[in-house]
Design a protein around this ligand. Structure first.
Ligand SMILES: [Zn+2]
Length: 180
């Protein structure tokens, strides 16, 4: 984080909410979104990305979504969420739709600038399964774009452009304004 501050760069952390063998959330993992938030609060100008937005399914994603929204409402850290691997097996992309809705309607206004895609790997399927589903990546992108179109109509182009291109360009290529 100190190096990120020195060189004015964002930091990415793989985020993961741990569940026990019964699928219950236990919240003691080293990649827990709240631990990442705690770190981000110590360097409030440095953008910090929650890779995979909590990982591991709906409940885990929900934890990360709440962390991200809290950070925006509290204004005490610059958290982002990466959507790679989120909703990978669900073509309707309900979690992605939910986080977009919540970010469009924060008390600070539209904060969809905080969503990214593909800054953490894997982007979804990997290993042996990936060899058997060669179009998995294209299909995933197509389904995400389609879910955005169906749920956000006239805002869809703007949102897709932000999530897949503009937000990353701004964050990684335009330099970070450390005065805010
Ligand atoms: Zn990761």
């Amino acid at each position: 984080m100190q190096l990120a501050q020195k060189y004015k760069k964002p930091c990415l952390f793989h985020s993961e909410v741990i569940t026990d063998t019964n699928g219950n959330i236990v919240r003691n993992g080293v990649s827990d979104p709240d631990l990442i938030y705690e770190t981000a609060r110590k360097f409030p100008q440095i953008p910090v990305i929650l890779g995979h937005m909590g990982l591991g399914g709906k409940e885990a994603n929900e934890v990360a979504i709440n962390t991200l929204i809290s950070s925006i409402e509290n204004g005490d850290a610059r958290l982002y969420a990466d959507l790679a691997w989120v909703d990978f097996d669900n073509p309707l992309k309900p979690t992605i739709v939910e986080i977009i809705k919540r970010l469009l309607n924060t008390s600070q206004g539209d904060k969809t600038e905080r969503l990214l895609f593909g800054t953490d790997a894997p982007l979804g399927i990997f290993g042996e399964r990936a060899l058997k589903q060669k179009n998995a990546y294209e299909n995933n992108l197509r389904d995400i774009k389609q879910a955005i179109e169906e749920n956000f109509k006239e805002e869809a182009n703007k949102l897709t452009n932000r999530i897949f291109y503009r937000n990353s360009k701004k964050l990684f290529l335009s330099g970070i304004d450390t005065t805010i």
